[in-house]
Design a protein around this ligand. Structure first.
Ligand code: C5P
Length: 226
């Protein structure tokens, strides 16, 4: 059977959210963002196990939180940058055939998107990212904030998680590049491996600012009503 592991980086401080605690542990309708994220991963039915990466002071708390998860969950301590946290998770993921990397902060990601990514990797893509078209006009600016150009947005995509990889490729990328990257596919790109796309989902948005939390609360209320 294919071993499909999701790494869930949840070790960020979440300063921009202004909630005075690590973002993945902020509550949404009485449950932490991390628990909501684990629900989505479990409901996809596409995974064998999960590795959650958290701040060291929250390792014990997390071990208790994940007890109710239907999937086997390892809890490991993350690092200063997101890349360090993913690297720590990857070390525990071992020789998994398929590895997803999924931000805890994208806690309302529909299970159907998770399945779509796993299926695309299972069908032979070495790296897959969910994307959405960019809706705003994009401009480049110089150091003074003066516009230097207008970027053709038709060629741009906004990238979400889960990002999916065949395990060998992701491990090779992390072994090859010690530096940090804002996403995992970025490291795989540097190997010269093609990164494929699948259609993302607006509900896979990343909770970053207080306004995102307002949106997340509204979505959860709508999901509980329907
Ligand atoms: O800060 P940002 O929103 O980009 O973080 C994306 C995800 O990466 C979050 O789920 C956050 O908890 C995680 N992260 C991490 N370790 C860090 C920084 C961020 O696991 N050092």
């Amino acid at each position: 059977m294919t071993d499909v592991v999701a790494l869930v980086p949840a070790a960020g401080s979440g300063v921009r959210l202004g909630e005075n605690m690590p973002k993945a542990f902020v509550e949404l309708a009485g449950r932490t963002l991390l628990e909501w994220a684990l629900d989505g991963l479990s409901a996809s039915g596409a995974l064998s196990r999960v590795v959650v990466v958290v701040p060291d002071i929250l390792q014990d708390t997390t071990s208790r939180l994940v007890e109710s998860c239907v999937l086997p969950v390892d809890v490991v301590v993350g690092g200063a940058e997101r890349t360090d946290s993913v690297r720590a998770g990857l070390a525990v993921a071992g020789t998994a055939d398929i590895v997803l990397v999924h931000d805890a902060a994208r806690c309302l990601t529909p299970p159907s998107l998770i399945t779509r990514v796993v299926e695309a990797v299972g069908a032979g893509a070495s790296a897959v990212v969910p994307v959405l078209p960019v809706v705003d006009t994009m401009k480049s600016v110089d150091a003074h904030g003066v516009v230097t150009g207008t970027v053709d947005r038709a060629t741009l995509r906004s990238v979400q998680t889960p990002q999916g990889f065949d395990g060998v490729t992701l491990r090779r990328a992390y072994d090859a590049f010690p530096e940090t990257a804002t996403d995992d596919a970025g490291l795989v790109e540097r190997l010269g491996v093609d990164v494929h796309t699948v259609v993302g989902d607006a509900e896979a948005f990343k909770i970053t600012t207080p306004m995102d939390l307002v949106l997340a609360r509204a979505l959860v209320a709508r999901r509980t009503q329907s």
